[in-house]
Design a protein around this ligand. Structure first.
Ligand code: SAM
Length: 471
């Protein structure tokens, strides 16, 4: 039974409340008076409740939709400016004991090549990633207490942070591993992770149980309450998401926003990021076997409404999406993207780049990081390799307070420009370097505070002299 004051995710994210919300949304989908009022309300930058956002999602009025997209573009600009944070996934191991019906890592898949990187192989992967210019990683593994125990993850994080090569260094390691215990979350926090990411896949318990028939992940409550345990273990930056395509999108959209409300209500801090992955073909997985695929148009609408519903939460899109789709969703709200990604274990250091026999899913955007950076610059965005907030301890509610006060942009722009300059000097192709330097020269003048601008100019000059990693 829905209890708005519940401190437990599974009591708060209640099936009946989601169904009532969807009914309310259907009843109001043509109520333009309400819809326009809700859109106006997002001007306050305080977001929307799950009920309010659901009404906008149900709305099909052309003019109202145009207003929603315009509002999303405006709010995106307000909070994030034209910065786009760059990251790459790093697959450590695809051993998995779960039976997820949509993931090729499922235990019964007997022909996918199982691989687990040794610490030496991790070194090679990380050096390859550093040599591309990456500073921020998302670690990915299957769930396997024997092959991928927490000790292995912790050792790998330590290895990654310790690798310095030329001017390269990974400065923030986010972690996307299976739901675990408070104690293990505490260990991850102590190991210095950035965000703990866990996709809910679907909030519909019945559907969840069908999609996860076996293995530890089949426990809906344990999975759904993982962020509560992560918070209790001291991790205050958590990243939520659902895998669109598995279940009715409207249901999961409401569940996602209820999860964000729950975290905010109980821990005083909503999710740091929300990811919006869509199901992809993979080894023995055919998306046609799943009947809930969403169109590109709907995908854009979901991103735009998330942007205005949770304006302070970063939105992430991966290379599951094509260049064209990424261009649209960046406009409407996405603030972080991956680039040059390999979804296979050992994929970055492998000689043969077509070898995808251990890949988790097919990527749609095959461009190199340099090509992605070049493209962003040509579109007028600032690719940012910044990791400053996390390294300065601006996480959780400290980060959120700044964001909500609209303050974060005062330190984000100079940091983005400095890290872009590092990228330009150390890794970019000649054309990308030229575009980056032009962008930096133009944008540095827009830093409003005279003192901050002066420091940024001094640091940018320092980068010319060979200095790196200003903090
Ligand atoms: N094993 C961890 C867990 O159980 O949460 C997380 C790591 S898994 C490598 C990362 C995510 O990939 C999953 O949470 C799922 O949403 C996504 N994924 C799995 N199969 C996929 C597919 N066929 N297409 C797109 N994404 C997929």
């Amino acid at each position: 039974m829905y209890n708005p004051k519940s401190t437990i995710a599974t009591e708060f994210i209640d099936d009946q409340e989601i169904r009532d919300t969807l009914r309310y949304a259907d009843e109001n989908k043509d109520n333009l008076e309400l819809i326009n009022r809700l859109i106006d309300k997002t001007d306050e930058l305080k977001g929307l409740t799950h009920r309010e956002a659901a009404v906008l999602l149900a709305c099909e009025d052309k003019d109202a939709l145009e207003r929603i997209f315009a509002q999303a573009t405006k709010i995106k600009q307000e909070f994030y400016g034209n910065r786009i944070v760059m990251f790459a996934p790093l697959y450590l191991s695809n051993y998995c004991v779960n039976g997820c019906t949509y993931c090729p890592y499922h235990k019964k898949n007997g022909h996918i090549a199982r691989k687990k990187l040794t610490q030496e192989e991790i070194r090679r992967e990380v050096i390859a990633l550093q040599d591309m210019g990456h500073k921020r990683l998302a670690l990915e593994t299957g769930e396997d207490p024997v092959n991928n125990p927490i000790e292995y993850i912790l050792e790998s994080i330590k290895t990654i942070y310790s690798i310095k090569h030329k001017n390269g260094a990974i400065r923030r390691v986010n972690v996307n591993i299976a739901a675990t215990t408070v104690e293990n979350y505490r260990k991850l926090k102590e190991a210095g992770i950035g965000t703990y990411i866990l996709f809910q896949e679907t909030y519909n318990k019945e559907q969840y149980e069908k999609l996860h028939p076996t293995g530890p992940k089949s426990n809906y409550a344990y999975h759904t309450e993982a962020m509560d345990r992560a918070m209790q273990g001291g991790i205050d930056d958590v990243g939520c998401g659902v895998l669109f395509g598995l279940n009715l999108y409207r249901y999961d959209f409401v569940g996602l926003l209820m999860h964000a409300e729950h975290l905010e209500a109980v821990y005083g801090v909503g999710p740091h990021t929300i990811s919006v992955p869509r199901l992809r073909n993979a080894d023995d997985i055919d998306v046609n076997d799943f009947s809930n695929a969403i169109s590109d148009e709907l995908f854009q609408k979901i991103v735009a409404i998330l942007r205005i519903a949770v304006p302070y939460t970063g939105l992430i899109v991966s290379t599951r999406e094509s260049q064209r789709t990424r261009e649209m969703v960046i406009k409407y709200g996405v603030s972080q993207i991956s680039g040059g990604s390999r979804t296979s274990v050992g994929g970055y250091a492998e000689e043969d780049r077509m070898e995808e026999d251990s890949a988790q899913f097919e990527v749609s955007d095959h461009r190199t990081l340099d090509e992605v950076v070049n493209w962003l610059l040509k579109l007028g965005y600032i690719p940012s390799f910044c990791t400053a907030c996390y390294r300065e301890g601006r996480t959780g509610d400290r980060f959120m307070t700044l964001v909500k006060a609209g303050q974060i942009k005062n330190c984000c722009l100079p940091n983005a420009l400095m890290t872009l300059k590092e990228y330009a000097e150390d890794y970019a192709s000649p054309e990308t370097k030229r575009l980056a330097l032009e962008m930096i020269e133009k944008e540095v003048q827009t830093i409003p505070n005279d003192k901050v601008r002066e420091i940024a100019l001094k640091n940018l000059h320092g980068l010319d002299e060979g200095l790196r990693d200003f903090r």
